[in-house]
Design a protein around this ligand. Structure first.
Ligand code: FUB
Length: 447
């Protein structure tokens, strides 16, 4: 997609993150929210230039709150880079984030970091890798079974697992590091001369259980990848190959699955190269809703730009973060001087879409927390389209310092019922770029 197409296609919902290149989606449901951990392709990358992991969360599957970079590879003092695909899981109120990283003077290894909150801060409790085989130790996936036994699978081209101990930062030494037998019956037959890759299994495993059946969903078939899966009656096999879920699509030669249920619906996360400047090293995460077949098998899932429908409406009468976004054009996010994140790089004509906002019996006023060192600008509040009904205009003054945040307010009319809300940004005078920063917003209802 070009920049022009992105601006025009305000009705798109995939990719779900437009403010950064993101890859390797790993969903985790916790406390009524879905947290999505992603790796992060640096702008303009021509290789896997990846330094940190980001986190986004949602309560409605369409509006995603940006929690920023929740961990950098430097958190592991033994790492030299390559912050690739990870997965986070909660156990007893702690959050365990398993990630592959390259060792200083060595190859990829799997590390684990721990936090007291899903958005960090994460720290390395071991000071060394959790596990390494020196055979492509990437893409860890973790699952805690009903009996409390946790499993960690990973690897490219081989598939390995360990049984994690209850502390989640060590593993059963008696069982040790187990290599899964990659048979054509288990993972599909590949037509290839590479003895290391006899099956469709490539990388990016995603391991979970549903209705007594264990699933191993994985990036498959070599480059360019599609996504296939196997199932097993036990957490450690034997595995049966079940076919391709997502054909090779999009403009990224890799793909990476993340599967979960949330609020009674099933979701399939993946990545492609759909954003402007996107491709194999500048990827973007997307999501599709699907329904399992009655026998537990997957339907075919195709990449779409329409994405998923909301599972809840957004309440405009409580504080909402500016970085809670369904679709946006032009803007970026950054750590906020007040803590958390804010929206930045706001140029004239940029916009943010917030989906499914329930104004109920009507809104009377709108407030936003903003900061600017320019002439300021304005925020047009519009319904359903960037050029939709204008319900109010907020004047943004020069606050003289980008850390001098001010709460500005304006009256609003004709905002009733459920609508997509667009913040359309406008310059003032000569100012057209980097107009102001935007931290949070809230409407007041008609009394
Ligand atoms: O993102 C870097 C690597 O590309 C991941 O570890 C693989 O799964 C592939 O997506």
């Amino acid at each position: 997609m070009t920049h022009e197409e992105m601006k025009r296609n305000y009705h798109f919902n995939n990719p779900i993150i437009q403010t950064n290149y993101t890859a390797d989606p790993a969903p985790m449901v916790y406390n009524g929210r879905l947290y999505l951990y992603t790796s992060h392709d640096e702008d303009g990358s021509t290789w896997f230039t990846m330094n940190d992991w980001r986190c986004y969360s949602t309560a409605d599957m369409v509006n995603w709150t940006d929690h920023g970079a929740v961990m950098h590879f430097r958190q592991f003092h033994w790492a030299r880079g390559d912050a690739w695909a990870g997965q986070c899981v909660e156990r007893n109120g702690k959050f365990y984030f398993y990630v592959p990283i390259s060792k200083k003077g060595g190859w990829n290894a799997v590390g684990v970091a721990v936090a007291d909150s899903p958005t960090g801060p994460f720290w390395d409790p071991l000071g060394h890798p959790l596990v390494e085989t020196n055979t492509g130790d990437i893409d860890p996936t973790v699952f805690i079974d009903d009996d409390g036994q946790a499993y960690l699978y990973w690897g490219n081209p081989y598939l390995w697992y360990v049984k994690l101990n209850e502390d989640m930062i060590s593993y059963d030494q008696e069982v040790g590091v187990v290599q899964v037998s990659l048979t054509p019956e288990g993972f599909g037959k590949r037509v290839s001369d590479d003895p290391k890759r006899p099956t469709l299994y490539e990388e990016g495993p995603w391991f979970y259980k549903r209705g007594g059946l264990y699933y191993m969903v994985y990036a498959a078939s070599g480059i360019p990848e599609n996504i296939a899966y196997a199932t097993s009656p036990s957490p450690t096999g034997p595995w049966t190959y079940r076919g391709i879920i997502m054909p090779t699509q999009g403009t990224s030669f890799t793909n990476h699955p993340g599967v979960c249920d949330f609020k009674g619906r099933s979701y399939f996360f993946y990545h492609n190269g759909a954003l402007p400047g996107g491709g194999g090293f500048t990827r973007s995460v997307c999501v599709e809703e699907f329904t399992y077949n009655p026998d537990g098998t997957f339907p075919t899932i195709n990449m779409t730009t329409s994405g998923v429908s909301p599972v809840a409406n957004l309440d405009p009468y409580i504080r909402q973060e500016a970085e809670t976004i369904a679709w946006s054009y032009g803007v970026r996010t950054e750590p906020c001087s007040r803590g958390g994140m804010n929206v930045c790089r706001i140029d004239d004509g940029d916009y943010i879409k917030v989906r499914s906002v329930d104004f109920g019996t009507g809104a009377a006023a709108f407030s936003a927390c903003v900061a600017s060192v320019k002439d300021g600008g304005a925020m047009e509040l519009r319904l359903d389209r960037p050029d939709g009904e204008l319900i109010g205009v907020l004047d943004v003054p020069n606050t003289r310092d980008e850390t001098n945040w001010q709460l500005c307010r304006t009256s609003v009319s004709r905002a009733f019922g459920v609508h997509d809300l667009f913040f359309v940004f406008r310059g003032k005078g000569e100012a057209k770029e980097e107009l102001f920063k935007f931290d949070f917003w809230q409407f007041d209802p008609i009394e």
